[in-house]
Design a protein around this ligand. Structure first.
Ligand code: FES
Length: 275
């Protein structure tokens, strides 16, 4: 069933936010869940995207994506009034939300998009939210206002110091964990190396840490094995067992190796699309 795009805006150089009609998903989704999008035919690449927000009354969901490959570049070219052929979801396990106390939410780059609904859900459950959001440079910081609205404390960092504090997210994270009253939980979402180093940081302080993994996905139902990761020495499927896992148990090095295996093919497809 086609899903009409009712709103579109650009958040940074290659990052777009679209609001699409998907009434059933809008009323059923919970923070942390995602959808798999197929832009045109049943043969088009399937793109897993976190549901960044939903309006059950309007029957719409908000998706935020980065135009990095052929399919996402194609998606960035769609305008209000155009339709997306199919959207499957909500998929995955919702975030475990309860009142933990203080939660530090760490987002890197496009990872701020999946982090926002989780931080919002945790805030609504009565937690104190300390947010740390970062990107390589000023133009790539997204959703700052949205985080400001739901955070008790917000630190913005950039790698190059062009905005906020010049630091990697792990620096303020370490400071928050070193406080007399350390956070009860950390949630870290962003590029895989960032999540790996956030987990190494929080492990030092024994702060339980949840990560949301962004592996390649195909069917989203646990059948193809494309999204498999190793967690605590066991094989898990991100699409059905995740996307969130105990970050201290994830084998990030293996995950990065698997994700890099597809890099050349992805680049080739993007080059062809741009020709
Ligand atoms: Fe196929 Fe998860 S996407 S098993």
């Amino acid at each position: 069933m086609p899903h009409k795009i009712v709103n579109k805006n650009q958040l940074s150089e290659n990052v777009y936010r679209i609001e699409v009609e998907a009434a059933n998903i809008a009323s059923a989704r919970k923070p942390g869940q995602f959808v798999i999008v197929g832009i045109s035919t049943e043969y088009s690449e399937r793109i897993p995207l976190t549901i960044a927000g939903a309006d059950a009354d309007k029957g719409t969901i908000t998706l935020i994506f980065q135009a990095v490959g052929k399919s996402t570049a194609e998606m960035a070219n769609l305008e209000v009034g155009d339709s997306i052929d199919n959207i499957v979801g909500p998929l995955g396990q919702p975030t475990h939300i309860e009142k933990f106390g203080t939660v530090v939410c760490v987002g890197g780059g496009i990872g701020n998009a999946p982090l926002l609904p989780i931080a919002k859900g945790l805030k609504e459950a009565g937690n104190k939210i300390i947010s740390i959001i970062g990107a390589r440079t000023k133009e790539l910081i997204i959703l700052e206002d949205e985080f400001k609205a739901i955070s008790d404390e917000l630190t913005v960092v950039t790698d190059d110091g062009s905005y906020g504090r010049k630091a990697l997210v792990t620096e303020p994270l370490k400071e928050v964990c070193s406080r007399g009253e350390k956070p009860a939980l950390a949630v870290a979402i962003g590029p895989t190396p960032m999540m790996k180093f956030c987990c190494l940081t929080t492990k030092e302080f024994d702060v339980p840490t949840v990560v949301s993994l962004n592996t390649i996905m195909i069917d989203g139902t646990g059948m193809c094995g494309g999204c498999r990761v190793e967690v605590g020495g066991e094989t898990k499927f991100v699409c059905v067992d995740g996307p969130e896992f105990d970050g201290h148990k994830v084998n990030f090095d293996l995950m990065m190796k698997r994700m890099n295996a597809y890099k050349d093919l992805e680049q080739e497809a993007l080059d062809k699309y741009k020709e």
